[in-house]
Design a protein around this ligand. Structure first.
Ligand SMILES: [Zn+2]
Length: 408
């Protein structure tokens, strides 16, 4: 049987004081998602296993039935696949955010106010011209991406991957100087020294850059800092087809999920107007999913908007994005499946919570609802963090979620 998984990134949350202890999922008007829970089975899923770094990379690997302990090797390498950046076996790749440091030297936000791709590509290209591979035996290479999300590669095998970095969205308001990359062993000290050198040189170039002067003149946040995190080497992952015996397609606006799809051998479907923000093309994504269901066994439809609303600590926007996901994706998806008289399993879940009160990723189990046309429903009547707790799925771990989607 075919299946579609609708993933609202960061959609779940913790009790919010402003909501009288309720969560955005509890107060959002979401009749179509609630219907999936009512018609199907529900429960919770541990997407971030103990000891694994919290966040979308690990969580989405778990959702697709991969063991992060085996195949997670940083976020940068997954995004590189989506950006068509070929990594050599010895290369170390990492996410490179363009972000804003305020006048007190603190991280103002992780996205330089969601800088436009047009501006950020110019900045990244100039950083590569000035700091890129020209500099001798420890080359670095910048690769432009989308909005604030870019890639830094240390090519040629000289670098160690044994260092760690602070994910900027989890350290908003903290001092830049306290959060520089750190070596996990002596072999990584040279790599870290080089990265801090690049960081400092980039600060100077970005602060004086005409793109940022223009942003400041317009009252916008300057992208005055490049911030690396989640490093790793090219992962070895079996394809989704080999792992589960079915074909798949991925629909997402963000390089991370697209790259995950590339490594999993799934079809990457791009949707015009998909932004990764609250103004994304919801209807276009739903339509693309319905078309993809005709060709692929499983469609993974990822929506980033709820996560960015969480990072922005914008409660009203997060509730709005959940309602958009419900009314502009789940509703047309269910209607399209019924119109086409398709027998399709529909599942909905987040990858992890991004609570609005902290703006950071959390690793609590996420609420899950799976509606299989041929399966009996459990007694749960709606979908949110509390309602699903007595659900018949109980607490899922490892690849149990994807196996439930397949009806195993
Ligand atoms: Zn996420």
């Amino acid at each position: 049987m075919k299946a579609v998984i609708v993933l609202g990134d960061g959609m779940s949350d913790h009790p919010v004081a402003k909501l009288g202890g309720k969560t955005p999922l509890m107060v959002a008007n979401k009749p179509h998602i609630d219907r999936i829970a009512r018609m199907g089975v529900t429960g919770r899923f541990v997407t971030v296993p103990e000891g694994q770094p919290n966040g979308s990379a690990v969580a989405n690997l778990s959702v697709l039935g991969y063991d992060p302990a085996v195949c997670f090797s940083g976020r940068g390498v997954l995004e590189a696949a989506s950006m068509k950046v070929d990594l050599g076996a010895g290369d170390v790749a990492m996410r490179c955010n363009l972000l804003c440091i305020d006048s007190q030297g603190k991280i103002k936000n992780h996205s330089a106010g969601h800088i436009s791709t047009e501006e950020s590509v110019q900045l990244i290209r100039d950083l590569d011209d000035k700091l890129g591979s020209a500099l001798g035996d420890r080359p670095v290479k910048f690769h432009p991406g989308v909005s604030f999300r870019h890639l830094l590669v240390l090519p040629g095998g000289w670098a160690s991957k044994d260092f760690d970095c602070a994910p900027p969205h989890d350290h908003v308001g903290e001092l830049e100087v306290d959060l520089m990359p750190w070596a996990l062993n002596d072999g990584a000290v040279e790599t870290v020294d080089r990265l801090i050198e690049v960081h400092k040189n980039a600060r100077r170039i970005l602060t004086d850059h005409s793109v940022n002067r223009a942003r400041v003149d317009r009252g916008q946040d300057p992208a005055n800092c490049m911030w690396v995190w989640s490093p790793g080497r090219r992962p070895s992952m079996s394809t989704f087809q080999d792992l589960h015996g079915v074909s798949g397609a991925v629909i997402s606006a963000v390089d991370l999920i697209q790259g995950l799809g590339v490594y999993a051998g799934m079809e990457k479907i791009l949707v015009e107007g998909a932004t990764g923000l609250h103004d994304t093309n919801y209807e276009g994504k739903a339509q693309a999913a319905l078309e993809a269901l005709e060709k692929y066994d499983i469609v993974y439809l990822h929506v980033e908007a709820t996560d960015e609303a969480g990072h922005a600590r914008d409660l009203d926007l997060k509730i709005k994005c959940i309602e958009y996901l419900d009314n502009r994706i789940v509703r047309p998806l269910l209607a399209g499946i019924e119109e086409r008289d398709l027998r399709v399993t529909v599942a909905v879940l987040p990858d992890h919570p991004t609570p609005v009160e902290t703006g950071c990723h959390a690793s609590d189990p996420v609420p899950v609802a799976i509606w299989r046309p041929d399966a009996e429903a459990d007694s749960v009547q709606g979908y949110d963090e509390e309602q699903v707790k007595p659900g018949s799925l109980g607490l899922l771990e490892g690849d149990q979620f994807i196996r439930k989607v397949f009806g195993e």
